[in-house]
Design a protein around this ligand. Structure first.
Ligand SMILES: [Fe+2]
Length: 345
C-alpha cells in the first residue's frame, strides 16, 4: 500500500526538485563553517538532501562526499545567492587580512577563494560588483606575492590539490608564473608587474561567453568555436572602462593568442625599446598561458608535466629567443629543485 502512495508522490516531489535546484561546484563548500543553504546530491537517480542549512562543513565533509561519488551538488535556485554572498564575504575577509598569519596558508586560501568567486564572475560577467571584488582581490594577492617568489612553488603545489576547473584555475597559475619571471627579469617596477599580473589574470574573461562545463567536451559546436576564437576581443569588451587597466595592457589581452605576430616582431626583446618590450610582455603572457594549459588536466586528456611543457616552449621560442627562454627556465628551475615530486614531475 505504501508503495502505491509513495511512488507517485515521490516522483512528483522529484519533478518539483528538478525545477527548483541548480548545480553548484563542490569547491563552493570550502571555507564554510555553517551552511547558508541546504545542499542536495543524487542517489540512485533521485535528488537527496545531503547537508542541511546550518550544518558545519570541513575538509572531511568534502572528502566524504567525493568518496561517496557525490560529484554533482545542487542548491535551491532561491538560495543560490546566499552561498555566493558567503563566499564573497570570505574573499573580502581574507583579502583584508592577507599579511596576518602563515603567508603560504593565506596565499593559498586567497587563491582558492579567488577561483571560486571567478566562477561566479564567469557566470555573470557584466555584474560590476563581482568584477570589482575580483579585481581588488587579485590586485591584493599580486601585491602580497610580489616579494615572495620563494613561496611560488609551494603555493602552486597546494593550489593544484583543489583541482579547480581548468577554465577557472589556469588564469591564476599563468599569472603567478608571469609575475615570477618578470621579477627575475628585473626590467619592471612593482606596479608594472602587478598590472601585468592583472592583465594576464583577466585575459580570458571573454571565455565566459561559453558556459564553463561546455569546455569539458572534446569538441565545441561551430557557434561555440567562433565564440572561443573571439574570446580575446570579447575579454577587452568586457573589461574596457570597467577596470583600471590602461590601453597598452588591453592591447596585450587583445593579442594574447597572436603568437605568429609575436615571433615576427620580436627582435632582442630585452632591449629597452618600448615597442619591443610590449611584444616581449605579450609573448610572456602567451607562453605562461601555454604552460598553465598543459599542466592542467582536461576531462579528455591528462595533465602534462612542467618538464614536458617547457620542452614544447623550447621548441617554440628557444632558437629565436634564447635569452627569454633562459629567463623562463631559470624561474622554473626552483620548481624542479624545491618540488616535492608531486603531480607535475
Ligand atoms: Fe586566451
Amino acid at each position: 500500500m505504501s508503495n502505491e502512495f509513495n511512488g507517485p508522490y515521490a516522483s512528483l516531489e522529484q519533478n518539483a526538485l528538478s525545477l527548483k535546484l541548480v548545480a553548484i561546484s563542490i569547491r563552493e563548500l570550502l571555507f564554510i563553517k555553517s551552511l547558508p543553504c541546504a545542499v542536495y546530491g543524487i542517489k540512485d537517480g533521485l535528488f537527496k538532501l545531503l547537508l542541511d542549512t546550518g550544518n558545519s562543513v570541513d575538509n572531511n565533509t568534502v572528502r566524504d562526499l567525493l568518496k561517496e561519488g557525490q560529484h554533482y551538488l545542487f542548491v535551491y535556485r532561491s538560495e543560490r545567492q546566499t552561498l555566493i554572498e558567503h563566499q564573497q564575504t570570505n574573499l573580502r575577509n581574507v583579502t583584508r587580512s592577507l599579511s596576518v598569519g602563515n603567508p603560504v596558508e593565506k596565499a593559498v586560501k586567497q587563491m582558492n577563494l579567488l577561483t571560486i568567486n571567478l566562477g561566479y564572475l564567469y557566470s555573470d560577467p557584466t555584474n560590476d560588483q563581482l568584477l570589482e571584488l575580483q579585481f581588488q582581490s587579485a590586485k591584493n594577492l599580486a601585491s602580497f606575492l610580489i616579494d615572495k617568489c620563494e613561496i611560488h612553488e609551494q603555493i602552486f603545489q597546494e593550489y593544484l590539490k583543489q583541482k579547480h576547473h581548468f577554465i577557472l584555475g589556469q588564469p591564476l597559475l599563468s599569472s603567478i608564473f608571469l609575475m615570477g619571471i618578470l621579477k627575475n627579469a628585473s626590467l619592471y617596477n612593482n606596479s608594472e608587474v602587478i598590472n601585468l599580473f592583472l592583465t594576464s589574470y583577466f585575459k580570458d574573461i571573454g571565455m565566459s561567453a561559453i558556459p564553463t562545463e561546455k569546455y569539458d567536451q572534446v569538441e565545441l559546436n561551430d557557434e561555440e568555436k567562433v565564440l572561443l576564437a573571439n574570446h580575446a576581443r570579447h575579454s577587452v569588451e568586457i573589461l574596457q572602462g570597467r577596470v583600471p587597466l590602461g590601453p597598452s595592457y588591453l592591447k596585450i589581452i587583445e593579442n594574447h593568442h597572436s603568437f605568429s605576430l609575436l615571433t615576427q616582431n620580436l627582435e632582442l626583446s630585452l632591449s629597452t625599446n618600448n615597442k619591443v618590450l610590449a611584444g616581449f610582455e605579450t609573448m610572456l603572457v602567451t607562453v605562461m598561458d601555454v604552460i598553465s594549459a598543459m599542466i592542467s588536466g582536461r576531462p579528455y586528456r591528462k595533465a602534462s608535466s612542467l618538464y614536458e611543457s617547457l620542452d614544447l616552449i623550447k621548441l617554440l621560442i628557444a632558437d629565436q629567443y634564447p635569452q627569454e627562454f633562459k629567463l623562463i627556465v631559470n624561474y622554473f628551475r626552483n620548481f624542479f629543485f624545491q618540488g616535492r615530486k608531486g603531480d607535475i614531475f
